[in-house]
Design a protein around this ligand. Structure first.
Ligand code: PLP
Ligand code: LYS
Length: 414
């Protein structure tokens, strides 16, 4: 359940009319709901309330400062993958001591920044990264808290581009090598082994792959204990799916209960890195119909939002629900909803039954995660504005880009 509902025949974000928001702020426009973000975060946090845990929201899903700030106020931790994301967390009032740093390509500058701020843990993804982090920490006179991201080689059953826990993926350390590298980490003076970590993919709609990964990780943790390497936390990554269409992913409470069951009394702190499950259905993307166009085979709704604003449909053939902001009575026709970008792959949805006229507003549901954060200026299109609704109030949390911002930092030759 989220807080984007029809009231009196028109779509609302909490108590705000989407028509009014679109008229006030223009389109294309991202709209987020604070109440939905908070409800989704609490769903995770309360699911593990009786067990030591940390919810580290995956910043990549939606890194708007206001979104991060809403979660920081709840006491959330954050999963980051770059110095830029770390800087955003700090700017938004997040607590660095609740930050885990994932990612296969951390630079020395990023390591220095994170060590300086005192993050909770580095999720180290290779033996080479481990050695470098040790050197950087020693040089700064620090001890880096580390967890090793292990690749448990389970099939997450999701889109190949967002599956991360198979041997053939670039992420993490192979299970066969994990013990050796953990022991090496344990011996290095600049490191302190805190945890073990895995993340098998995104938009998972079944519990079983998570449980398979957990079994393998717990086996590893037990083998490490026998060798004197004690693991204080298990980071199970993110990846819990959401409903875009008719998927029925497990609720955070069922997912967490199943994982807790596997712990069998172990005293392991659990870390979760949910991104999509918190942000996706806390946001919509609103676009206006510019033109209707038909040829002998197809009806096109040309809208002012495009793949540069919301790339998931083009990039992964992802399906997101497209609904009219003010539904019209009458006959629906089959439309491809397409943007102004000069690419055949520029579409928000194909074969959608809609009754449309020019200037109608459409909402693309489930756009709060991997929406704005993956947007670009392709075709020199300024990025959309972002608005956060809070009850009957609304705030611009990122202004629409101006055209002159498009070439900021560029220079003519002398
Ligand atoms: C290491 C890591 N943690 C967390 C996430 C968040 O994933 P999701 O948005 O599917 O919860 C990702 C992205 O897939 C990731 O790579
Ligand atoms: N960007 C992807 C998810 C990527 C997850 C990052 N590891 C999506 O929109 O589905």
């Amino acid at each position: 359940m989220d807080y984007f509902l029809y009231q009196e025949g028109t779509l609302h974000a909490e108590q705000c009319s989407v028509v009014d928001l679109a008229h006030t702020y223009g389109t294309p426009l991202y709209i987020y709901s604070r109440a939905t973000l908070e409800r989704h975060w609490h769903a995770f946090d309360s699911a593990v309330a009786n067990h030591p845990h940390l919810i580290c929201y995956a910043v990549k899903a939606n890194s708007n400062l206001a979104v991060l700030n809403v979660l920081a106020r709840l006491g959330s931790g954050f999963d980051i993958v770059s110095g830029g994301e770390l800087a955003r967390v700090i700017e938004a009032g997040g607590d660095p001591s609740k930050v885990v740093f994932s990612g296969v390509g951390k630079t020395v500058a990023e390591m220095e920044m994170a060590l300086g701020l005192g993050i909770y843990c580095f999720n180290v993804e290779s033996a080479a990264e481990l050695e470098l982090l040790n050197e950087v920490a020693l040089r700064l006179g620090k001890v880096a808290p580390v967890s090793l991201r292990v690749n448990p080689d389970v099939d997450a059953g999701t889109h190949p581009y967002i599956s991360t826990g198979l041997k053939e993926n670039k992420f993490g350390i192979a299970m066969e090598e994990a013990e050796r590298i953990f022991i090496r980490a344990h011996q290095l003076p600049g490191l302190e082994v805190k945890g073990a970590d895995c993340h098998i993919g995104s938009q998972l709609t079944e519990i079983q792959p998570f449980l398979d990964a957990m079994d393998r990780m717990l086996g590893l943790i037990d083998r490490l204990a026998e060798q004197g390497v004690n693991i204080a936390h298990l980071d199970v990554g993110g990846g819990l799916g959401v409903t875009y269409d008719d998927e029925q992913p497990p609720a955070p409470s069922d997912y967490a209960a199943a994982l807790l069951d596997k712990l069998e009394g172990r005293d392991l702190k659990l870390i979760f890195e949910p991104g999509r499950a918190i942000a996706a259905n806390a946001g919509i993307f609103v676009t206006q119909v510019l033109y209707l166009k038909e040829n002998s085979d197809k009806n096109f709704a040309l809208v002012d939002g495009a793949m540069n604003d919301l790339i998931r449909p083009s990039l992964y053939s992802a399906w997101q629900k497209i609904i009219p902001v003010v539904p019209r009575a009458g006959v629906e026709r089959n439309y491809d909803v397409v943007g102004p970008v000069c690419e055949t792959g520029d579409f928000l949805g194909k074969d959608r039954m809609l009754n449309l006229q020019a200037k109608d507003l459409l909402a693309v549901r489930s756009s709060g995660a991997y929406g704005f954060t993956m947007s670009s200026n392709y075709n020199s299109r300024p990025r959309a504005a972002e608005v956060m609704v809070d009850g009957d109030k609304h705030y611009v949390v990122r202004a629409r880009e101006t055209v002159s911002q498009l070439w900021q930092g560029e220079q003519l030759l002398p």
